[in-house]
Design a protein around this ligand. Structure first.
Ligand SMILES: Cc1cc2nc3c(=O)[nH]c(=O)nc-3n(C[C@H](O)[C@H](O)[C@H](O)COP(=O)(O)O)c2cc1C
Length: 323
């Protein structure tokens, strides 16, 4: 193993930040900012990009930031460096989510190669999937991905799956009836989306069978919605953590992104379904642990790349405040 320390150039660090911004986030809110302060990159959670109606505690806000932190870690490892990561390192600044530190030059292992290769190809897929079961080996790799980041991923059996889909539909209806829900989702969707939010084309069709509770990101788009039957027996998984602290929300985001990148590497399509974890009574019914996300995984048709904010918008200058 090499013991040399050759600090990465600012260009390499900026490239890694750019890759980190491809991470998934609630409604594509991209609630992150980065400060390149060699040999570290600080990742901030941007409170101005919280979604108070669906996420009043900021849990999904930190899950989104955790997904970006994980992507940054993998990008830096792939660039050939050891990487350290401190979560919430400053008790006086709760917006500083993580300090990711670049260490010595280190050979890149196969797992990192695969995860890094998947980064640009991971997209949320809201289309019908093939009605095909996942191979046991693929399921085990997804579960191991969650475990390695300190979370658990449970694949739900047929009875549990139908129960969870029912709970998710209930949660979706409950949320839609909440004051300001439509306004909030409307701000992050539709035809005006440019650098953030979910564009109309990414909303996908409506399930003609009304079984799959894919969130309706096309509600504000004029005109009739395409309807297609979704797979009748989807593979549903629940990502959970032991506790439910802010650190664990960040860990859940890291585990989520590792699972999603592993799925992408395996040629699998994924849809986060978070309505059931946004309604406390429904969330508590999912698992005795702290449920953080419900995932649908399967074989889907190709999905596209949603927009991201340019680097100039997410990079903080040295010495400037995070807000
Ligand atoms: C915490 C979190 C919650 C999410 N919840 C949902 C959801 O309920 N429904 C959905 O279709 N996508 C959901 N997503 C996916 C985001 O909408 C998606 O990541 C974002 O629009 C960016 O698109 P991309 O994943 O294709 O890059 C969620 C993602 C995260 C990180």
């Amino acid at each position: 193993m090499s013991t040399s320390f050759v600090p990465p150039s600012r260009g390499v660090l900026n490239d890694c930040v750019r890759l980190a911004t491809t991470a998934p986030s609630l409604h594509n809110s991209q609630p992150w900012k980065f400060r390149v302060a060699p040999p570290a990159i600080e990742v901030y959670a941007d409170p101005d990009r919280r979604l108070p109606v669906v996420d009043p505690d900021g849990r999904e806000h930190l899950i989104s930031v955790g997904a970006a932190v994980y992507t940054l870690r993998i990008a830096l490892r792939k660039a050939g460096y050891q990487v350290g990561c401190d979560l919430l390192p400053d008790p006086d600044d709760p917006t500083l989510a993580a300090r990711v530190t670049v260490g010595r030059v280190a050979p890149v292992d196969q797992a990192t190669e695969q995860l890094a290769a998947a980064i640009p190809h991971r997209h949320t897929n809201r289309s019908p999937f093939a009605n095909v079961a996942l191979p046991a080996d693929a399921v085990e790799q997804l579960r191991a991905a969650a475990r390695r980041e300190g979370a658990t991923l449970t694949v739900v059996g047929p009875a549990g799956r139908d129960a969870i889909l029912g709970l998710a539909r209930t949660a979706d209806h409950w949320l839609r009836d909440r004051p300001h829900y439509a306004e909030e989702i409307g701000r992050w969707t539709g035809l005006g989306v440019r650098h953030d939010g979910v564009p109309a084309w990414a909303a996908g069709p409506w399930d003609a069978l009304e079984i799959m509770p894919v969130r309706d990101f096309a509600a504000g788009v004029p005109g009739p919605r395409t309807r297609e039957p979704f797979e009748p027996h989807p593979t549903i998984m629940v990502l959970a953590t032991e506790g439910d602290s802010r650190v664990e929300w960040l860990l859940a985001g890291m585990a989520l992104q590792r699972v999603l990148l592993t799925a992408t590497w395996l040629g699998l399509a994924t849809t986060p379904i978070s309505q059931p974890v946004e309604v406390p009574a429904v969330r508590a019914a999912l698992t005795p642990r702290a449920a953080q996300m419900v995932l649908r995984v399967g074989y889907g048709r190709k999905s596209g790349r949603t927009p991201r904010r340019p680097l100039t918008e997410v990079l903080l200058r040295a010495g400037s405040p995070a807000r």
